[in-house]
Design a binder for this molecule. Structure first.
Ligand SMILES: N[C@@H](CCC(=O)N[C@@H](CS)C(=O)NCC(=O)O)C(=O)O
Length: 203
């Protein structure tokens, strides 16, 4: 299998962490989705990474679909519960993590436009989403080891990749200072090989 990814994308990092936690090997192919030469469109009409290309050429996207597929390939370190409410809560947390990343990236891209064209209301709207999202994660975590108890799951990975991306690209959002429980939790995750190996260059 091949993974089309960049080394900075929070969604691609989520998949790279999942691959390492589940000890699944793939060929990592770095893609710049903003380049006119990108091959991503051949595999994903939305021109977004990550994309997982299976051995028969079938491509899977987006990161939620890929994560679910990978979790089902091997029982090693199950990251999504089989069913019921427990499963829905993990998927909800994954969606929250992805949503925090979506809001952060929307702000990051908006700020790249000429100052006169930037929509301050739009930025404030996205900032509200990410701040409320982070607060919701901190509430859900409480004083537990991981967001939903004793074991790390896909929800923890998704949120961690999102807020570490924020720290890298928007260091003014000081979530470690605001939420000591998130700081303690992220330090547990950052000590894992899967997070050490997937740290974006320069982060
Ligand atoms: N919901 C998608 C989001 C993927 C995404 O937006 N990836 C970014 C890179 S961080 C991208 O490819 N953006 C290109 C674009 O929006 O045109 C997922 O979870 O895979």
């Amino acid at each position: 299998m091949k993974l089309l990814a960049s080394l900075t994308s929070p969604y691609a990092r989520k998949i790279r962490v999942v691959l390492m936690e589940k000890r699944i090997e793939v060929d990592l192919i770095e893609e710049n989705i903003w380049s006119a030469e990108t091959k991503v469109t051949l595999h994903n009409p939305l021109t977004k990474i990550p994309v997982l290309i299976l051995d028969d050429g079938t491509s899977l996207y987006d990161s939620r679909v890929i994560a679910e597929f990978l979790d089902g390939i091997t029982p090693v370190t199950r990251l999504i519960p089989e069913g019921g409410r427990e499963r829905a809560m993990v998927k909800r947390l994954e969606a929250l993590g992805d949503g925090i990343a979506d809001a952060g990236i929307a702000i990051f891209l908006e700020r790249k436009r000429d100052a006169a064209q930037q929509g301050e209301d739009w930025i404030a709207r996205q900032m509200g989403k990410l701040e409320r999202g982070i607060a919701a994660v901190a509430r859900e975590l409480g004083d537990r080891k991981f967001c939903q108890g004793e074991n790390m799951n896909l929800g923890d990975i998704s949120v961690a990749c999102a807020i570490l991306w924020l720290e890298f690209r928007m260091p003014e959002v000081k979530w470690r200072d605001s939420y000591p429980n998130l700081k303690a939790w992220i330090e547990r995750l950052e000590a894992r090989a899967s997070f050490i190996e997937t740290k974006p260059p320069g982060a």
